[in-house]
Design a protein around this ligand. Sequence first.
Ligand SMILES: [Zn+2]
Length: 184
Amino acid sequence: MDALKYLAGYSEDIKTQVRTLLAQDRLGTVLLQKYGRLHDVRTDRALYDYVIALKNAFLRNAAPLSKVAFDNQIKVIQHALGLHTAVSRVQGNKLKAKREIRIASLFREVPLEFLKMITVHELAHLKETQHDKAFYQLCTHMEPNYHQYEFDLRLYLTQVDVHGKLLWPGSVAGAGATAPAEKN
Ligand SMILES: [Zn+2]
């Protein structure tokens, strides 16, 4: 099994560097030094507000979203970091397409940069269905560091695969102190 499945599209040079960091168990430290603490978007309600704010800033005229939620059923794989769906429902005698954005639950506990990257990715799919040039131009329009964040997210997913979750500052277990009980 390839431990670098999230980096399949990258050069051998890069993969060699990552293998070295993994072998020395330094990849986690590199990521922890580069990114700050966890974001505060923990609930579906907070996620909805976050996604809609970005949509209103950049894609006001795109189709409205009927649902935004964290989803623990999504297996994060190479080409599907999140899930965007157009669900067709019959309303009265009309068939209405409902746009939903579901974000894998692991994004609940990451730095804001990674949540922004996946949000921008899923929002861009409201306009562009393929992962083509127009799609990535829209992504970088919404977040100029999109490509860097995506690469670092793939490094993070690799780290989780090989060495387990990172305890970012701000995580309940990582804080070690008196984090308030979370209400859901
Ligand atoms: Zn996509």
